[in-house]
Design a protein around this ligand. Structure first.
Ligand code: CAA
Length: 260
């Protein structure tokens, strides 16, 4: 499907989704958000796609936030609807039962930082900048930032970022755990694809259940979370891949997983 605000390429099991609105540093608007929802559903259904990489088109921005000009004249009901739309789309990305890597190539501000946080793993270019600058616009973060940021970096650092609106560079984002690794700009996409390929060598069902176990477990108490892990761990023993993986280990061979 062709999109107005997204570019999608597929290569060898990896889908690369680029947010593409060059005139506005890839700022998010409702049409783009609906396209993102559709693209996420398409990726979910496409068995040929094993890993999703999300990045920003162009040199300068991942996503510079929600479109401020669009938000300027919203009434409270419209503001709430816009917040909920973004929350739902980012939640769908977070819940996608395939690994999602954000390759953050530039500004990831406001809704852009929130989109990156909906991914499983964040890799950043040395040029990337992160922040929740909404308080400088008279609003709070509205697409999950007040909830995902403290879960990722802890309450104190999340409050510092959300209350000051400060913008931090990639190294600082890495230091506080907001991103996993930082690369020179021209190496970022290769690094994201290399990580995707490493994940793709592993047993697909086990990769999927590992993500589900972490996602579900992080939202509940430890005993419920352990029960979720035990069930998914147990379910792995119904797969061919568990037999292949353990047999290969005992024969000192490299496993080739069938994905079932
Ligand atoms: N919304 C709408 N347009 C935006 C935008 C945004 N979030 N960010 C950038 N643009 C537009 C600019 O208006 C400009 O357009 P024109 O050429 O038509 O004027 C174009 O993109 C290029 O931007 P700049 O000229 O400002 O580029 P710069 O290099 O001087 O500055 C920047 C870059 C620091 C990222 C600056 O553009 C900026 O501060 N952008 C806004 C960042 C922001 O506050 N994001 C949070 C939005 S609120 C939010 O996201 C709420 C939420 O949680 C849902």
């Amino acid at each position: 499907m062709a999109y107005d605000y997204l570019l999608i390429e597929k290569e060898n099991g990896i889908a690369i989704l680029s947010i593409n609105r060059p005139g506005a540093l890839n700022a998010l608007n409702p049409d783009m958000m609906k396209e993102l929802k559709q693209a996420t559903e398409d990726v979910s259904r496409d068995d040929g796609i094993r890993v999703l990489i999300i990045t920003g088109a162009g040199e300068k921005a991942f996503v510079a936030g929600a479109d401020i000009k669009f938000m300027q004249n919203l009434n409270p009901v419209e503001g709430r609807d816009w917040g909920i739309l973004g929350q739902r789309v980012f939640r769908a990305i977070e819940e996608l039962e395939k690994p999602v890597i954000a390759a953050v190539n530039g500004f990831a501000l406001g809704g852009g930082c929130e989109l990156a946080m909906a991914a499983d793993i964040r890799l950043a270019s040395e040029k990337a900048k992160f922040g929740q600058p909404e308080v400088g616009l008279g609003i709070t973060p509205g697409h999950g930032g007040t909830q995902r940021l403290p879960r990722l970096v802890g309450e104190g650092r999340a409050k510092e970022l959300c209350l000051t609106g400060d913008i931090i560079d990639a190294q600082e984002a890495c230091r506080i755990g907001l991103v996993n690794h930082v690369y020179p700009a021209d190496k970022l996409m290769d690094a994201a694809k290399t990580m995707a390929r490493r994940i793709m060598q592993r047993a697909p069902v086990a990769v999927r259940y590992s993500k589900v176990a972490i996602n579900r477990g992080m939202q509940t108490d430890i005993d419920t979370a352990m029960a979720i892990e035990a069930d998914l761990f147990g379910l792995c023993f119904s797969t061919m891949d568990q037999k292949t993986g353990m047999e290969a280990f005992t024969h000192k061979e490299k496993p080739t997983f069938a994905g079932r």
